[in-house]
Design a protein around this ligand. Structure first.
Ligand code: AQP
Length: 332
């Protein structure tokens, strides 16, 4: 059976980009067709976050939202990365497999390091090395497919390179995984800066739709979305990124095709109105379910506990095999 692994970083409140790029597929198709694991990759949040209470709060919220979007613990394994030690055990071997140069080429590292420096903060070493942890997250489970948004494509290429290199050096140990992207909305853009990704850790929030935004907030953000010079509604990502982004979002919400949808609109105003309503309706059940689940934290904890137990059992044999393959002595 196909094995699927993917995760979300609790570095901020989850966004419409997270949902359309990744989480929706996990719930609607992936958990039904494969042996799937989904993870709150909380250790990754420590690459930038400094407030323990915030890390804890956002991790719990992310886990609750994964259930709220429809992940079913009877069908998939849902857990927190920090509850399964195999991830960090294997991450070290991945650091020993990767080169300094390839880590420094990662676009997310360059962008986030620049952002940290601009704020006057220091850049954590883990921001540089976290793609090795991400490779470990995926490789520990013999993963075939990793459903992600486009922004994670480069990290996934690295994970593939590391798997191939490790196998060549030490013998066949890891499955070489492949990223799968959604057909539409693989990169939802910021509504205020349509040439930048909608990112949950960005400081300016006016262009970001959060999954838990109230309907009025969603309407306001979409109605104020930056559009482009010109009046006609055409789908052109390079020349009209603002309008193309709205068409992508509308298409992803309604199951349409962004280019075909463009022909239905004579004005930006009408496009924004329909897009806002489509997003409100898409997120309504998620918000409602989240409110119910948030009232029962014991249930969420129990799901994470049993998910971690199952995940540990799946990861340990492969990580043990990798330790022995590189020449480390068996523990017992
Ligand atoms: N804007 C997006 N459009 C489509 N897919 C997206 N994803 C993220 N943003 C978009 C996908 O959502 C999944 C989980 O993302 P993540 O938590 O690993 O990372 P992130 O959202 O990219 O968040 P960061 O790195 O903490 O900070 P920001 O958001 O500020 O860059 C992934 O599959 C991702 O591709």
């Amino acid at each position: 059976m196909t094995r699927i692994f993917s995760g979300v970083k609790p570095t901020g409140h989850l966004t419409l980009g997270n949902y359309l790029g990744a989480m929706r597929r996990w719930a609607e198709t992936d958990q039904h067709r494969a042996d799937a694991l989904f993870c709150v990759v909380d250790l990754h949040a420590l690459t930038v976050d400094r407030d323990p209470a915030r890390v804890r709060r956002l991790s719990r919220q992310a886990a609750t939202l994964l259930l709220a979007v429809g992940l079913d613990p009877e069908r998939c394994t849902l857990f927190a990365q920090s509850h399964v030690d195999e991830h960090t055990r294997l991450a070290y071997l991945m650091e020993c497999t990767a080169s300094d140069g390839e880590m420094r080429r990662m676009i997310q590292y360059k962008e986030k390091a620049a952002r940290e420096q601009a704020r006057g903060g220091s850049v954590r070493l883990s921001l540089l090395t976290y793609p090795a942890l991400m490779a470990a997250d995926v490789l520990a489970y013999g993963t075939d497919e990793v459903p992600v948004g486009e922004d994670q494509a480069q990290h996934m290429e690295l994970a593939r390179d590391l798997a191939v290199r490790f196998n060549q050096r030490y013998g066949m140990t890891f499955v070489v995984p492949r990223a799968t992207l959604p057909a539409v909305a693989a990169r939802v853009m910021d509504l205020q800066e349509p040439t930048s990704k909608m990112g949950k850790s960005h400081v300016r929030t006016a262009g970001i739709v959060y999954l838990l935004d109230e309907p009025e907030a969603v309407r306001k953000k979409v109605s104020r979305a930056v559009t482009d010079a010109g009046r006609d509604v055409v789908y052109d990502r390079a020349e009209r990124p603002g309008v193309a982004n709205l068409l992508d979002v509308l298409a992803a919400c309604t199951g349409g095709d962004p280019e075909a949808l463009a022909g239905d609109y004579a004005s930006y105003g009408a496009l924004k109105k329909d897009t806002a309503e489509a997003v409100v309706e898409l997120l309504r059940p998620v918000r409602e379910r989240h409110a119910e689940l948030a009232a029962d934290p014991g249930y969420v904890d129990a799901v994470l506990r049993s998910g971690a137990e199952r995940a540990r059992g799946m990861a340990r044999p492969r990580v043990d095999a990798a330790y022995q393959a590189v020449g480390l002595m068996p523990a017992g």
